[in-house]
Design a protein around this ligand. Structure first.
Ligand code: EPU
Length: 419
């Protein structure tokens, strides 16, 4: 029944040591297409070497961009880019390829992209992206499953998002950067990755105000140029290691983080009984022998991140009492629950909540169905009874978002290998 590449983990070892975080995946997959807007090279520092980034390199090269990527630094020269249709293939493997719609619309006035791809844990519509493009004057059509956007000229508009979508906020921002006049986007998402994209675009000559608040205002400009930009650290990668530290009763310092981005998670770890020490650019978590049950509500930033919900569910099998994990961002992001059950977890789904009871986990063969479900299974594998092996199939999903996972876990004392 299991399929895909396999990651093997032997349970029981508390994680101890320090790991350094890479640049944020969800920033990277927006910053790379943003570089298409520039008339001279853009240099991005601290990019993670993960499969989503490699897929994006391929997509940009197909469009005619010249890319060099070495030691985390990527140089993107988009001077000769043409809006070649990317109707299927790699584009449809990667959900974030939707950013090519906004970036190419801004740059060339046209794009054809095959969607969707990536983690399909539930249907994820892009109606708000389309609403934004149309408000800017684009015509959006469905061409045999691929989305085509085209506009002779983009004009600034006032756009209210019905849901505070990260992707729609960034995508509309990318296109509006080159629109004539002023665009005001209301009820936008406030995630740090949005601020990171706005920072890059501003360094490229765009005029953007309000990123990180509920309203973003963009004055369109004619000319967007290259620049050098350092991507923010990956708060979800960091959160995954901090949860793993608590889950194994270990002592882990996660370096290269922005502690402000981690507040919701740290508050919950403290509430359940872990020791959390915050430093300028690092966070240390010391696990406890026993934890209290807690309730977690995943919400848009600055709420608890939905991308850490599955990992937290694995950890909460160690808490005494009943914990309730509710996801207010996605209504059905619970594919990890059936796999955790195979490992002995007493957890069930009710509506948009996972109800988690204290349970001892054992090794098992399990299937990662998406990136964060896979991360949760890694944590569960580390928590399994001493010496018991967990085989996680579908390892390729995990490789979409965690740079050097095996090496980093080994450096913390875990017994883990890929097969
Ligand atoms: N939504 C709509 N219509 C839209 C767009 C979104 O109804 O046009 C709904 C979605 O169905 C969902 C909610 O709004 O229920 C939020 O979706 P959002 O658009 O914010 O998600 P996204 O931009 O597609 C990004 C991350 C996800 C992360 C979410 C929420 C990237 C590439 N992906 O997705 O990350 O879960 O924001 O924070 O930035 C991951 O890293 O594992 C991951 C899935």
């Amino acid at each position: 029944m299991e399929s895909g590449k396999k990651l093997c983990i032997v349970g029981g070892a508390p994680l101890r040591g320090t790991v350094t975080m890479s640049g944020a995946k969800n920033s990277a997959v927006a910053l790379i297409p943003a570089a298409l807007l520039a008339s001279s090279p853009v240099v991005l520092d601290n990019l993670p070497s993960i499969s989503d980034v490699h897929v994006y390199v391929h997509l940009l090269e197909t469009l005619g961009a010249k890319i060099a990527f070495e030691d985390g630094t990527m140089t993107i020269d988009a001077r000769e880019v043409v809006p070649r249709p990317l109707a299927d293939g790699k584009a449809s493997q990667l959900r974030a390829s939707y950013y090519l719609l906004g970036a190419l619309l801004g740059r060339c006035g046209e794009a054809i992209i095959g969607l969707p791809g990536g983690c399909n844990f539930e249907p994820r519509p892009i109606d708000q992206h389309i609403k934004g493009f149309e408000a800017l004057g684009a015509k959006v059509t469905n061409e045999h499953g691929a989305i085509r956007v085209v506009a002779k000229r983009l004009r600034g508009a006032r756009i209210y998002l019905d849901v505070a979508s990260v992707g729609a906020t960034i995508n509309i921002m990318l296109a509006a950067t080159r629109a004539e006049g002023t665009t005001i986007i209301e009820n936008v998402a406030k995630e740090p990755e949005i601020v990171d994209v706005a920072t890059l675009l501003t360094s490229m000559g765009a005029r953007i105000k309000g990123a990180g608040t509920e309203t973003i205002r963009i004055e369109g400009v004619q000319h967007i140029h290259g620049c050098r930009h350092m991507i923010i650290p990956d708060r979800i990668q960091a959160g995954t290691y901090l949860i793993a530290a608590a889950a194994t009763g270990g002592d882990v310092t996660v370096d290269n983080v922005i502690p402000k981005h981690m507040e919701a998670l740290c508050a919950k770890l403290i509430e359940m009984g872990a020791v959390v020490q915050e430093m300028d650019e690092a966070i240390r978590v010391v696990g406890a022998n026993s934890y209290s049950s807690i309730d977690v509500k995943a919400f848009v930033y600055p709420g608890f991140a939905t991308d850490l919900q599955a990992q937290m569910t694995a950890l909460l099998t160690r808490a005494h009492g009943v914990s309730v994990v509710t996801d207010y961002v996605y209504s059905n992001r619970f594919k990890h629950v059936a796999e955790l059950q195979r490992m002995g977890a007493k957890v069930r789904v009710e509506g948009r909540s996972a109800i988690v009871m204290h349970s001892a986990l054992h090794g098992a063969a399990v299937q990662a169905t998406d990136l964060r479900a896979g991360a949760a299974l890694c944590i569960a594998g580390l928590m399994a009874a001493n010496g018991e092996q967990t085989d996680i199939y579908g390892y390729e999903y995990i490789q979409r978002g965690y740079e050097g996972l095996v090496d980093q876990l080994r450096s913390l004392g875990a017994d883990v290998w890929e097969q």
